[in-house]
Design a binder for this molecule. Structure first.
Ligand SMILES: *Cc1c(COP(=O)(O)O)cnc(C)c1O
Length: 397
């Protein structure tokens, strides 16, 4: 019989430090709430604003800092904070940069839960939410109270690509902080911190890592990236105050997926283009939306900014207005490869239906009337996806 007391202690204090020469393809995974200080000197020498402050799990571990550094490099930024979802990352930006009486501008096609959060802040803290037309930079009219401008390129349902250059110039002239939801571009379609010949830059990017970086449809996470230490420090403080943090295991999954993200992104974008060519020939649709198409609002800005021709795997179609909701529901229910569900960037193609009339505040003369269906292209063979849509279209009549 072993000495139970000693065995128990030995189980807890069982070091097995890897020798220096041991390396694996994936970095070691740290799971931590407590981080052990080697000495009181380490404890007292640390400073809260050190971007690599090893003090407690909520502030980060080598695992989370590895992912943060990779994402900052991918997107062209310098500092990264991780949040437990894309929406949480958006909320971190709103709660850091908006105070009572401030004004924030969002595009009419903004990711829905962002404006829901802002309306909540509006009611409770007197923050004024203003909406601009994503394809008309002139509709953004900053005032002395404007503190934050949200950008999406492209918008994730109707896929308008904004005149980012014009919007950034206006915001900079008015000293407004610019935050880009970079989930669609994913750091691949364009460099948000270095746009065009004039090297324009957004101040902050937010990325729903849930989409392309995860690539599996199974992990939720978000990031907030900046190039400015001053902005990062403001975000960092709220991030720490609110206890926003992510699990080491989830982080390791994203680190594992990141090296093949560009391949997946390219493949999904290529297959999306194959689909758009076919979709445009079908009479049931009055408009096919994908920034690479001339028929897609803001196409010229996409062409100007996404110089490598990258265009992600989202395609939306607007159905002829003679088809009512019941018909569109029959269509969606008849699809077999496209599954009905939110999100995108995973291996499985997804479909979602929307009624634009209920989603938009401004007029949408650049879009046809009718119900909209968004396809998120997965990694299936594009001919199988086309066949699936073709079969389901028979349910419309
Ligand atoms: C999915 C998504 C988000 C939110 O990400 P979650 O991780 O699902 O909270 C934010 N912005 C855009 C454009 C998205 O597509």
């Amino acid at each position: 019989m072993s000495d139970n007391k000693k065995t128990q202690t030995a189980l807890i204090h069982a070091p097995r430090n890897a020798p220096q020469y041991i390396h694996s393809i994936q970095p070691p995974l740290f799971r931590a709430s407590t981080i052990i200080f080697p000495s009181t000197a380490h404890l007292f020498d640390r400073h809260w604003s050190d971007p690599y402050d090893y003090s407690y799990g909520t502030h980060g571990t080598p695992t989370t800092f590895t992912l943060g550094d990779q994402l900052a490099q991918l997107e062209g930024g310098q500092f990264c904070l991780l949040a437990p979802s894309g929406l949480s990352a958006i909320n971190l930006v709103n709660s850091t940069f908006l105070s009572q009486g401030d004004e924030v501008w969002v595009p009419d096609n903004v990711y829905g839960p962002n404006i829901e959060h802002l309306k909540n802040l509006q009611q409770r803290y007197g923050i004024h939410v203003r909406i601009y037309n994503p394809i008309d930079a002139d509709s953004f009219v900053p005032s002395a109270a404007t503190k934050l401008l949200w950008l999406e390129a492209a918008g994730s349902i109707t896929l308008e690509f904004p005149d980012l250059k014009a919007l950034l110039k206006k915001a900079q002239a008015a000293q407004v902080i610019t935050a880009l939801d970079n989930t669609w571009g994913a750091g691949l379609a364009f460099n948000a911190f270095d746009i065009g010949d004039e090297h324009l830059s957004v101040d902050v990017t937010v990325h729903a890592l849930t989409k392309y970086p995860s690539g599996g449809g199974d992990i939720l996470m978000g990031s907030v990236i900046t190039r400015s230490k001053a902005l990062h420090d403001r975000l960092f403080k709220i991030h720490a105050n609110q206890g926003i943090c992510v699990s080491g295991d989830d982080t390791a999954q994203i680190i594992r997926s990141l090296p093949h993200m560009a391949l997946r992104y390219q493949q999904q974008a290529d297959h999306a283009r194959t689909l758009t060519t076919w979709l445009q020939q079908q009479t049931q649709f009055t408009q096919v939306l994908h920034p690479s198409l001339a028929s897609s609002p803001g196409h010229i800005y996409w062409k100007e900014i996404c110089t490598t021709g990258q265009s992600a795997g989202l395609v939306s179609v607007i159905f002829d207005s003679k088809y009512d909701l019941a018909a569109i529901r029959r269509f969606c229910d008849a699809l077999t490869l496209f599954k009905l569900g939110f999100s995108w960037g995973g291996p499985m193609s997804l479909v979602m239906l929307y009624d634009l009339k209920q989603m938009r505040q401004l007029d949408t003369t650049h879009l046809q009337q009718g119900l909209l269906v968004r396809f998120c292209i997965g990694l299936e063979h594009p001919q199988d996806l086309i066949q699936d849509i073709q079969n389901a279209l028979q349910q419309l009549e």
